[in-house]
Design a protein around this ligand. Sequence first.
Ligand code: GLA
Length: 729
Amino acid sequence: MSIFINEKTGLFQIVTENTEYQMKADKYGVLKHLWYGGKTGCDMEYLLNYPDVGFSGNIYDAGNDRTYSLDTLPLEYACEGVGDYRITAAAAVHSDGSCALDLRYKGYRISKGKYGIKGLPAVYADENEAETLEIILKDNCSDIEVTLKYGVLPKLDIITRCISIANNGNEPVIFTKAASLCLDIPQGSWEWIHFHGRHTLERQIERMPLNHGIQESSSTRGTSSHQQNPTVLLCSPDCTETAGSCIGAVLMYSGSFQTKLQLDQLEQVRLIVGIHPDLFRWELKPSEVFDTPEVILSYSGSGMEALSHNFQKVIREHVCRGKYKLSERPVLINNWEATYFDFDENKILKIAEQAADLGVDMLVLDDGWFGKRDDDCSGLGDWFVNEKKIGGGLGRLAEKIKGMGMKFGLWFEPEMVSEDSELYRAHPEWAIQIPSKKPVRSRYQLVLDMTNPEVREYIFEAISNILNSADISYVKWDMNRSICDWHTPCLPAENQGEMPHRYILGLYELLERLTNAFPDVLFEGCSGGGGRFDAGMLYYCPQIWCSDDTDAFERTKIQYGTSFFYPVSAVGAHISAVPGHQTGRITPIETRAVTAMAGSFGYELDLNTLSDGEKQKVKEQIVRFKQDGPLIHNGLYYRLSNPMTDKFAVWEFVSENRTDVLVNGVIFRTEPNSRQYSIKLRGLLPEADYRLAENGKVYKGSALMNGGILLPKSWGDYVPVEMHFTVEV
Ligand code: GLA
């Protein structure tokens, strides 16, 4: 049991293996937030302040008590219009034009297992792995009812949250904001970490003190975006990988989002996470219910490493689904950086033959195989094979690839349309645009209206036809632009504000349908690399192409940022040619291998262009990934250095029983007359003896963790680090 309620005091306690979450419905029916942190085992109300603060008003029920103010108390779900002047989670406009939501406690429900959310991705768990708490709040002045849902996975130290809003009245109510998470942290000093970037430079970590006032990371692009990721970390100023307090939140959503933080007048922190309100205006009609996306929360009192382990595990085992969730991923070769649009069947077969010869499992045919698609100006939407390039069709090509002992995968960009396409000529109204305005083009393309069921039906049929026409084992689902010009003929003028969220609901519905219809196909997400790298997409695709930057050095930083919340198996990573196509940098093939193996591994170059020596290395790399893959994907992942500030990037995989250890990394530069750097390992058995395969020597676990091990002597730049340790028996 993880949920405890004291009916007398109104105290709700959620207790997991190492954490505790508390809230309390008080005598006014206000649901106050009391605590999220380490286990305390007692009512934490004693820590609350009731100061009489000027200009912080008091609810009427409090009479002349000037110390009871919604503007100063920590609240479980803060709403607008009730005298709380901090950032709020929800705002509504009632039929009389008033805007207050005065939520008061009505009741609760507890159930076994984890709740699901209709039409949205959500963490799932067996009945005996999770519990659900629902707290029902009712607006004091309307028939709006808000249910706060908590899913508890006690063993994983995970609590999920989402909100369900019901209109039990007779008039519609317009919601202009409905966040998934409101978390007040009244005590302590906190810094925040978020992950920003751009195309080919995703999830760069930034850690900052909180300023008085408001700060945010967000996206209004219609996607979760390269620019900011829908994840956030709050940590104590002394928090490191292995010590200190931290709270993480992951929004399971692939559209525009907002993570907002405020340090208020009393040095208290409020965190709000949810759909971006700038692009949200939802009419809740009588008897209707609105469900927000889910937020996954975790707390660690022992640093960020434990927090990351919680998130990596819950996402790998309770978000990702399907046949490939825990199974080995095929080593693939993708032709994009090898050929771009310039290919025909012969060229592809040559690439395939060489790849098969070296042990690759699957060939993925990327952009350019369909319609009139010789460059990025045309063809999107026409999902039928381009016979000029692939003469005998996909079925024959797939058979030939299969004949070489490999599987066959295919690229799609289903949500897009080129103006120069048969689809656009037949259905210009399917592209998102405002009737009185020319649309914004990006990569020359327009976006299909995913709120339109006819569009979804067309895409479902088109992709199904292709998948049924050939033996296709993998789909790369790409999405190569940000969205604007929000307008759809499917909604009346007054409801156009619902379109951005309805787009995501439409996308999820289509993905659900397709992944159910083709359960044996491995779906990989992509959006110009990692522009939609989020837990929402991972519910449908167990891996996502991490970045269009395949440069090994840049990848150490991108993958470092990605690792704070997402599992290694979710990270699509390939070895590409040098000089790198994004940076012109030259890195050794072994260095490219260690970075690409910290993910779902593959190649993205024409292997025919390699020297015999390099080909031999490729052969060995594939054998190595087959051996180490289970440890890499199932093991615990440790960040042993910070590549943003250190002279090297080093990371470690440790098997759950601690007997197998793989240390990988890159030493960025060699300095003359320099000493060898050392690195401390983590997560080992202190008493055990570990043999290092590379030199045959034996080291004690406690020595490797307390003293460390010397990194190899480097020569040249971007030197790979590879150390395998196994416990001596
Ligand atoms: C995006 C993807 C690439 C490739 C191209 C094809 O940029 O991230 O991997 O598929 O599209 O156009």
